[in-house]
Design a protein around this ligand. Sequence first.
Ligand code: DGT
Ligand code: CA
Ligand code: CA
Ligand code: ZN
Length: 618
Amino acid sequence: MENREVARILRETSKLLEIDGAIIGRYRSYDRAADLISSLTEPIAELARDLKKITALPGIGVRMAEHIREILEAGDLSQRKELLQKYPVEILGLLALPSLGPKKACLLWEAFQASTVAQVEQLAREGKLRDLPGFGKKTEENILKSIEVFKKSAGRFLLDFAEREAAKLIEYISAFDVTASLAAPAALPARGKLIQSISVAGSLRRHRETVGDLDLLLTLTPREAGGVRDAEEIAALARHILAYGPIEQVLAQGENKVSFRLVHGLQVDVRLLQPENFGAALIYFTGSKEHNVALRGRALKMGYTLNEYQLATVADAAPGEDAARVAGAAEEEVYAKLGLDFIPPELRENCGEIEAAAQHTLPHLIELRDLRGDLQMHTTATDGKHSIEAMAAAARALGYEYIAITDHSKALAFANGMDEARTLEQARNIRSANERDPDIHLLAGIEVDVLKDGRLDLPDDVLAELDIVVVSVHSFMGLEHGAMTERMLAAIENPYTQIIGHPTGRLLLRRDAFAYDMERILDAARQHGVAMECNAAPDRLDLKDVYLRMAKDRGVRVVISTDAHSTRGLELMRYGVHMARRGWIEKKDVLNALPLPEMLATLRPRPGAAVRPRPGNA
Ligand code: DGT
Ligand code: CA
Ligand code: CA
Ligand code: ZN
């Protein structure tokens, strides 16, 4: 039995134990064992023969070793089988709903024998869940909402997760040594490096906010003699790829493609290409599909055909005939022959990028290195992990000129939000830290809550003492469209509001955006000089691309901030930059791409600001 099978059975047992109410330590040990087995390079079946060897593995005790042996011998775990007498296997799928923990899943099964998302949805619609112990009407509503999100997001993954998985896989594939992997290498001349390049394509390359599956493209170095690589080498490479530890199931295996699913459910397609087709293939598999369709239409009008191998002339294009080939090895070449400037992957959504590329009017998209500061972050004063000084040091290491420390206000009680006195004290602390650190400017800021009626959570005289005011909604997120629009308008009209933080409040794959009239909000932001944040946290990415473009078209300024709650959080800025690029945002649209004095001068002027000296600007 393969390691991945053993790991899968352990993981399922863990989940079933959790539903059955086992204590945390008990089921966690199954998960830890599964993770460990997935990461082993040697077969667990070998190790398990020797009790000493297997219990020497970190986190594997004698009991777990016995479980592993049982799986290897019997093909299953009796414990898992017993639990599956009690609960149907589908119940595991219910745990994918963020509003349903194992306890509630268990209750649903016991009360209604409900084990599928569809059954739970039905029960919730009929109002039958609210009376269960620990449920209530609110829980019932939340379950229905999370089922909606689940249906839309099923099988999709956050961008940062997909990126990490891709990086690990690429590192693993790159390490392949063809000479060592083939039999009788001594009899053969050294084969040299087999893999020429590994590239990410698909939605991950376009930096969509979530990713359905990973698309990887691989090219091989040509043989010295100029001949093609032999089948033996390619088969060895395929074997290597499919031996990747975290693979849970192999889905397809062909001459030029392998597909598999990783343990966390992410599917991967790896395609093998000839270098001369690389550019055409990269365009094709980067997509989007809509971009490809439009590009092919343009090619046809110009007398070409475009496919995943090449751009070729239509006239006398006999299959395989070289004369018909116009381009194919590099993306730039294909776009150029189509009369187009190179189109950055983030723009390839058929939203006007082809027309702009033809007229040489593509935007000069913002880049990470354009940013000079980060204007939203938290410290130990509220729910952040690190001190003002630690955040400043980390920001300095990233090369920033300035940052704003923006902790929460009192309405966010669970995050230890600050009242009037603590806000002023924190501002003093920020300013004194600023004086001690000449290499970076620290702005004394706040992320002040918008109350239900649109008023801000701190009085004017306190806000007037701060250098920068970010305004965010963290409560009453379910207000209906009209009320939410009025609330946001009121917040924007407050003369102290300068930036709207994570403006739609969405949590990717978990919570939908607030309902409000975005056009009216953006018009008001423009009118009052309020900037809109593009929150870079990978589970927010808020504003999203479409709204960023709407903001830009209206002349609303954008701020890209990490909303970091730790020093590491500051490193996630690039996700916000990619989202901004997808929204056609340029350096000139972004406030925190400006040097400090210009940035402060471009922020909405606050009441009385003209007579107050600018902080840190001497
Ligand atoms: P995803 O995986 O749902 O996040 O989104 P993509 O864009 O990565 O889509 P995927 O993985 O199905 O396919 C990768 C690319 O391959 C896609 O962006 C465009 C191209 N492609 C796939 N199927 C078709 C097709 O039927 N027609 C065309 N023109 N292109 C396709
Ligand atoms: Ca994909
Ligand atoms: Ca794919
Ligand atoms: Zn916030």
